[in-house]
Design a binder for this molecule. Sequence first.
Ligand code: FE2
Ligand code: FE2
Length: 167
Amino acid sequence: MGSRGREIVGMDVEDLLGLLRKAYADEWFAYYQYWVGAKVAKGPMKDAIIAELVQHAADELRHAEMLTTRIIQLGGAPVTKPEDWYKLSNCGYDAPDDPFVQTLLDQNIKAEQCAISVYRSLMDLTETKDPVTYNIVLQILEDEVEHEEDLQALLEDLQLMARVGGP
Ligand SMILES: [Fe+2]
Ligand SMILES: [Fe+2]
């Protein structure tokens, strides 16, 4: 823990740590939902969709790293037990039990939209209080906004493809 770095945070550091730990749990769920979704995906445009899911999984894991680095910097305890992910998560975990690509896209779009709301509110909270966390949260939000758009573009192509093949 950097003591001066912690002192300059203009808000309750324990409250902030609680929120960062919650977002961290979301990132592991997002990572795993993409990772395992990419393994099971079936249906039209499978290759393009799997490539996107794999890339997003890597981004979510990177977000988890960014958050835990910040948690430790602030003197907080990292989340050490996967069982705590369920207790902490804002957005939850949607198991890809139906491997159909459209279902996977719908589930992951929902998760991205939840993540966007979480990071938006973390930005509002830290904007004038903690520029370091604000900068991290902004970088993550930029990725989540891109993720949502990537998935919605794939879903749109999938729906157009169904139209070409339809009556
Ligand atoms: Fe993320
Ligand atoms: Fe994402």
